[in-house]
Structure formats: structure tokens, C-alpha cells
Design a binder for this molecule. Structure first.
Ligand code: NAI
Length: 333
């Protein structure tokens, strides 16, 4: 059996609790992973005076696969966000966020994947002061940056037999930046022979709320993707359920969409499902599809039964209860 080396960053707040649960669940699949634990963030800063120690970079560059807990962004200490810094440093240009409520057995199912461009747009963080009462922020779109995320999305559509790709934009107003993204979207659609559905971002938000099951695969720019994925999280039960992958050509980092949730940290209250589903995406990335499916199916069964629910899902169970229930369900064949 193959062995894998994975960098594990527990992170801050609820990070250590939920990553511990995810590691136990992954280990219960029988896949052999050597977890190399290194840490970054607020706790490390308080201890060592540095947000991301060199050993974190060294481990990531050696193992190339990372499971990361949420990291608190310290206010006014150099970095705008460690998460954005890591995505930029390793050019993790594709942020992939699956949103589904397949565990529900009422109404139309929601099952969509959002591909968010992760390195350009307004997140380049270039802002200028014109006067003290007038600021501008630069939005960046390049052909290369658009091509690589659109290729990733269409490649996924091809491999998963999707009938269309929906592109959310505001090219009617932002004719150059969003216009270029849309133009590359049309070209990529022709290249893959998969239809492109073009939806203006404001209408997209309404459509997602009114009739989310019409969407399968959405590709969009950085800020729109950030907002749409939280909107999607709200449609299926909240941030405690939504995983994500940040993929570059060399390195892949898997993390929950949620933050470090300081309000419930250290209380054994956090829902470990989002980070566990992120770990399942990681197993898929490593080629361990069966193990990933086993985790996903067990989580769906636990949610469908509804006997074990953490507070965010309206119950009174703990992080550990949820982890135990998922592992127990994995053993039921
Ligand atoms: P948050 O996602 O940490 O919390 C928002 C709300 O959702 C809170 O009420 C929290 O209790 C709840 N929540 C989040 N995850 C949960 C889980 N697994 N189970 C149950 N409830 C959960 O967002 P917030 O409060 O805006 O950010 C806190 C810190 O996290 C900030 O420093 C922020 O910069 C950082 N952050 C880090 C991210 C990352 O590392 N990828 C992503 C988002 C925020």
C-alpha cells in the first residue's frame, strides 16, 4: 500500500480540535498518511514572534500536499491574511468549493461546485490614496490567469460529465476586466465543446437563492467566488459543512471555508465536517477515491439520520461525538 506525506497545519481557534477529528477519520480509512505537523498563525506569533515560521514553508515545499486548519488573521501585524499569503506564494490559483445537501431527503437536491479564481481580481490588494477622502482599488484580470482557472473548471466538467458550465460576471459594467474573463470563458467553452451559461453576478445571487438546484458547476472571479460560496454555504446548513481545495500546478492545500471561530474555540463545540470533507478532497487528489467516497457517504448518512448534530446544526453534540459517529458509520458496510 502507498504511503503519503502530508503537511498538517492545525491553525488557531477551533483549528486544532477539528483537524484532530479529521485526522482520526482519515486514519480510520486505513490509508497510510505520515502527518507532518507544523503550525502558523496567531498562537505561533504569540510564542515565537513570527506568523509563518520557515519550517512551515519547508514542509509544504517537501510534501506538496497540505491539510490546513483555519488561521486567525492578526490585526495590524504585517500580513493582511496568512491564507492569502500562502495562496499567493504557491500560486494556488484554483479555489474549488463543493456545495451540496445530498444528505437531505426533501425538496430538490443542491449539488454544485464553485471554481473561484484565487490570485487576481481585487484580492491583489493594490489600493491608492488620491486624497484623504478618495481611494481607488485595482482589479486585475489577465488572459493567462483567466485561462488556467477556466481550463480547470472545464476539465472538471469533462471528467464529471457536466452538461454546462455557468460563468458569473459583471462584464456589462466592467468591460475590460470581466470582459476578458468572459471572452476567455467563451473560447474555453468552444475548446471543450461544453456549453457556457453566462449569468450576471447580481442575477446569479438571486437565482442561487430562488432555484439553487439549476446549477452544477460555477466558475467566476475572486471576489464573486468568495461571496457566492458563502451564499451557497448558507443554503445548505452553514459554514460547518463546506470544504475547499486550493490547487496550483505544484502544491495543493485543503481547508474548510470557515475561519477560526474564536467564539466557540476550545469548547469541543465545533463541527468537524467541513475540514473532514476537505480531507476527503485531499484523498481524491492523492488518487484514493474509494477512501474519499467512504468518508463522504458516512457523513451524508450521519447528517441524514440527524441523531448527532453539533450546535451549528441545531443540536447539542460535541466535535468528538460527531467524529465518533462518522467513524462508526464508516464501519457499517
Ligand atoms: P468564522 O468562520 O471563524 O466564524 C463565523 C461564525 O461561524 C461564528 O459564529 C462561528 O462560531 C461559526 N462557525 C465557523 N466554523 C464553525 C464550525 N466548524 N462549527 C460550528 N460553527 C462554526 O469567521 P470570523 O469570525 O469572521 O473569523 C474569525 C477569524 O478567522 C478571523 O481572524 C478571520 O480572519 C479568520 N478566517 C480564517 C480563514 C482561514 O483560515 N481560511 C477563513 C475565514 C476567516
Amino acid at each position: 500500500m502507498r504511503k503519503y506525506n502530508v503537511t498538517l497545519i492545525p491553525g488557531d481557534g477551533i483549528g486544532p480540535e477539528v483537524t484532530k477529528a479529521a485526522v482520526e477519520i482519515v486514519n480510520a480509512t486505513g490509508i497510510e498518511i505520515i502527518w507532518e505537523i507544523v503550525n502558523a498563525g496567531q498562537d505561533v506569533f504569540d510564542e515565537k514572534g513570527i506568523l509563518i515560521p520557515d519550517e512551515v514553508y519547508e514542509s509544504i515545499e517537501k510534501n506538496k500536499v497540505v491539510l490546513k486548519g483555519p488561521i486567525t488573521t492578526p490585526i495590524g501585524k504585517g500580513f493582511r491574511s496568512i491564507n492569502v499569503a500562502l495562496r499567493k506564494k504557491y500560486d494556488l490559483y484554483a479555489n474549488i468549493r463543493p456545495i451540496s445537501n445530498l444528505w437531505k431527503n426533501d425538496g430538490k437536491p443542491i449539488n454544485m461546485v464553485i471554481f473561484r479564481e484565487n490570485t487576481e481580481g481585487l484580492y491583489i490588494g493594490i489600493e491608492h490614496e488620491i486624497t484623504k477622502d478618495h481611494f481607488v482599488s485595482i482589479k486585475k484580470t489577465t488572459r493567462e490567469g483567466s485561462e488556467r482557472i477556466l481550463d480547470k473548471a472545464f476539465e472538471y466538467a469533462k471528467n464529471n460529465a457536466k452538461e454546462k458550465v455557468t460563468l458569473a460576471h459583471k462584464a456589462n459594467i466592467l468591460k475590460m476586466t470581466d470582459g476578458l474573463f468572459l471572452e476567455v470563458g467563451r473560447e474555453t467553452s468552444k475548446k471543450y465543446q461544453i456549453p457556457l451559461e453566462e449569468v450576471i453576478i447580481d442575477n446569479m445571487c438571486m437565482q442561487m437563492v430562488m432555484n439553487p438546484s439549476q446549477f452544477d458547476l460555477i466558475v467566476t472571479m475572486n471576489l464573486y467566488g468568495d461571496i457566492l460560496s458563502d451564499l451557497g454555504a448558507g443554503l445548505v446548513g452553514g459554514l460547518g459543512l463546506i470544504p475547499s481545495a486550493n490547487i496550483g500546478d505544484e502544491i495543493a492545500m485543503f481547508e474548510a471555508v470557515h475561519g477560526s471561530a474564536p467564539d466557540i474555540a476550545g469548547k469541543n463545540l465545533a463541527n468537524p465536517i467541513a475540514i473532514t470533507l476537505s480531507a476527503a478532497m485531499m484523498l481524491r487528489h492523492l488518487g484514493e477515491t474509494k477512501a474519499a467516497e467512504s468518508i463522504e457517504a458516512s457523513i451524508n448518512r450521519v447528517l441524514l439520520k440527524g441523531e448527532i448534530r453539533t450546535k451549528d446544526l441545531g443540536g447539542n453534540n460535541t466535535t468528538i461525538d460527531m467524529k465518533d459517529a462518522i467513524i462508526k458509520e464508516m464501519k457499517v458496510k
